[in-house]
Every structure is written in C-alpha cells, then in structure tokens.
Design a protein around this ligand. Structure first.
Ligand code: FAD
Length: 359
C-alpha cells in the first residue's frame, strides 16, 4: 500500500498551479486545490488582476504549444500605453504588445488543460500542514468540513499572500503593496492602456485598462499607507487629463509583491516548494507576474518528473534563470521610477511614439 494519499498537493490553481499540474507525469497522484470555484460553476472569489498577457507570457505560452482561445479574449486589443507623469506634468506614449484577456476565464482555460488524472478540489481552502513520515499531512476545508490528506510534496502556488509560505518559510522583508482595482462603465470610450507615475500616490504606479464595456482603474500603494485615500486621490488627479471616473460598480483589493532583490525570492525547503507569486517571482518594474507563474510552475513540474527524490535542488537550479531575469529588471528601475531621469527620457522622447488624431 502507498505511504501517501498523494505524490503532490498543489495549493492554488492560478497560472502557476495549473501550469505545474498540466505537465506533471500522469502516473503521479496529484491534488490541485483552490478556494475559488474554477470548474464550470461561477466563483464569488475573483483574482484581482489587470489581465494583460505580456510578451514574456506570450513566449511562455508559445513554448508550451498553447494558443489563447477567443472565448478568453476581451476588447480592445491595444498596441500602446499612454504614460502620464504627474511628477513632471508630462505625457508620452509607447508601443506595447499585450493581449487583453478576462483573467477569470484565462485561469479556467489553463485549469481545463490539466490531465483528467489530476484530482481537482475547488471551493476548498488550505488550512495547515503537519509532519508525516518524510512528507506532510495537509488539512483542507471544503463546505465547512475538514479533510486531511498525506502527501510527499506540498506546493504553495497560493499567490502574494501565501499561507504555505507563511507556515514554512522564514519571514522575509519583500516589499508589499496594497492594490485596489475599481471597475467603471466605459462611458468615455477609453480604448487604451494608461499608466500613471505619481510620487505623491506611490513609488510604484497606477493604471487604466479597458475591458469590453468597462474600464478598470487600479493602483498599488506601499503597505503601511492608507491605500484607499491615495487610490482616490489619484482618481481625482486624473480629471486633469480628461479621465472622469464616477460611480464604480465593483471594487477589489489584494496584496502585490515587489522583489527589490533576488534574495527575497524563496523557492522552497524540504518537501515544500513555492512557485509563482508565492515565491516572490514577479516583475519589480511592471508587476507582470503571469509569465513567472507559468514558467516557474513548469520548471517545478520538470524537476519533479526528472527526479522526485531530488526535485527541489533541480527546481532551484532551473529557476536561477528567473531570479537573474528579475535582477536584470532592476537595472531598468531608475529609468521608470526616478522622476528626474524619467523627465530627461520623456523630454528626449526616447522610444516613444507619436499618437495622431487623438481626441
Ligand atoms: C491588481 C493587479 C493587477 C495585475 N495585473 C497583471 C497583468 O495585467 N499581467 C500580469 O502578467 N500580471 C499581473 N499581475 C500579477 C499577477 O496577477 C500575479 O503575479 C499572478 O497571478 C501570479 O500567479 P500565481 O498563480 O502565482 O498566483 P495567483 O494568480 O494569485 O493564484 C493563487 C491562487 O491561489 C488560491 N489561494 C490562495 N490562498 C489559498 C488557500 N488558502 N487555499 C486555497 N487556495 C488559495 C487563489 O484563489 C488563487 O487562485 C497583477 C497583480 C495585481 C494585484
């Protein structure tokens, strides 16, 4: 008889967890868990995200042989970002190559690609784990009922506020933001991505993204500041640029991580691995996290498939590439987030495009 109920239990079925589940060998016993309902039924819990699939994520999809189905896309598909520099009172546009998706539908699509052998438990919350043999006993909560399963490997793919990470990894001081997104009717026909830099609001940025008949206005404010006050102030200041955002129909909030050094990325310990944003893998310059999530999920899957008894070392070696990539992004940091350097770049127009015929 097997010592464990599962070889791998994955907590979180966002892009990281579902990418891992998709590529694990079908002979492994795998349980994929999420507190969201990610099957056919609607979910009350929604992942707070801009839903822009950046070029790195597109490249990752290409390397998995995947193409995004039409049912996941939203309108419009945008080719530029308008950048509002409130610090220097300047505006520039840059060409960008994002794919605009409905994030909820994107996650459901990725989950639907997992092999039938994968056991899925949605609407299920991870509670805790305790040592069992050389693995763990994992407690989950579904419909108010506690369930316990033993596993050889536990994977935290549970995002920025990872419970798995808090339980097993030493506290590290990775920079955290509170991100608020509000949804509005798109009454002004806004049809492009807008990014805002404003030191008074945040040392990160704020954004507008159109989504079919709606627009999202989002901001990321350093933890410890009153996020609602600064989010509302940015909204008010946008009026000067002609963006009037009245009567939000929906409001979401969550943590967003920003690794200012690779030392804040934690890939796991013992029989516990972390992937995606739970590990701290996310771009420190743009908050683009979907590519890191999918790629780290696949890297861990490859490592487990290669040698389950040495999976963590293999995964750490593979993921060094992602850590290096985050370090290289730090070099770009001053050009975006130092207002004096940004002013110079905006003045020179480096890399910018002219938009003709805008209202
Ligand atoms: C406001 C905002 C906008 C963003 N916009 C973009 C963007 O446009 N493009 C981009 O590339 N990145 C964006 N990001 C970053 C991106 O959303 C994340 O980096 C990415 O989703 C990380 O994927 P993940 O699978 O690691 O974690 P997540 O997508 O966060 O998935 C974690 C999953 O774990 C589940 N979970 C959490 N706790 C538990 C628990 N205790 N029990 C069971 N399940 C649990 C959650 O329900 C969730 O499904 C944005 C982030 C924020 C906050």
């Amino acid at each position: 008889m097997d010592k464990f109920d599962y070889d791998v239990i994955i907590i979180g079925s966002g892009p990281a967890g579902s990418s891992l589940a998709r590529i694990l060998n079908p002979n492994l016993k795998v349980l994929l868990v999420d507190k969201r309902a990610l099957g056919n039924e609607p979910s009350k819990l929604i992942k707070n995200c801009g839903g822009l699939i950046a070029p790195d994520a597109q490249k990752a999809l290409a390397s998995f042989g995947l193409s995004i189905p039409k049912s996941v896309l939203v309108s419009p598909q945008m080719f530029s970002v308008e950048t509002l520099d409130f610090d220097n009172n300047m505006v520039r546009s840059y060409q960008r190559h994002y794919i605009n998706v409905d994030r909820e539908r994107y996650d459901r699509w990725l989950v639907s690609l997992c092999d039938k052998n994968i056991k899925k438990s949605f609407g299920t919350r991870y509670i805790k784990s305790e040592k069992y043999e050389n693995g763990l006993k994992v407690t989950l909560l579904k419909d108010g009922v506690k369930q316990t399963f033993s596993t050889r490997i536990l994977v935290g793919a549970d995002g920025a506020n990872s419970r798995v990470k808090k339980e097993f990894m030493p506290v590290n001081n990775i920079k955290k933001y509170i991100s608020i997104q509000e949804w509005f009717e798109n009454t002004e026909d806004i049809n492009q991505f807008v990014a805002m830099f404003d030191e008074e609001i945040s040392d990160f940025y704020s954004w507008i993204i159109p989504k079919d008949d709606h627009i999202i206005f989002g901001s990321a404010v350093q933890e410890g500041r009153d996020a609602t006050t600064y989010h509302n102030l940015q909204k008010k200041k946008l009026e000067k640029y002609g963006y009037k955002l009245d009567k939000p129909i929906k409001r979401e909030g969550c943590y967003l991580l920003r690794p200012t050094s690779p030392k804040y990325i934690n890939l796991g310990d013992g029989c516990v691995a972390l992937i995606g944003e739970a590990s701290g893998l996310i771009s420190p310059t743009s908050a683009e996290g979907i590519s890191y999530a999918m790629i780290s999920g696949c890297m861990l899957g490859d490592a487990i498939n290669e040698d389950i008894s040495n999976f963590l070392n293999i995964y750490k070696n593979k993921a060094q590439k992602l850590k290096n990539n985050i370090s290289s992004k730090m070099l770009k940091y001053p050009t975006m987030y130092n207002k004096n350097i940004r002013k110079m770049i905006f003045k020179l127009g480096v890399g910018s495009i002219e938009i003709r015929g805008r209202k």
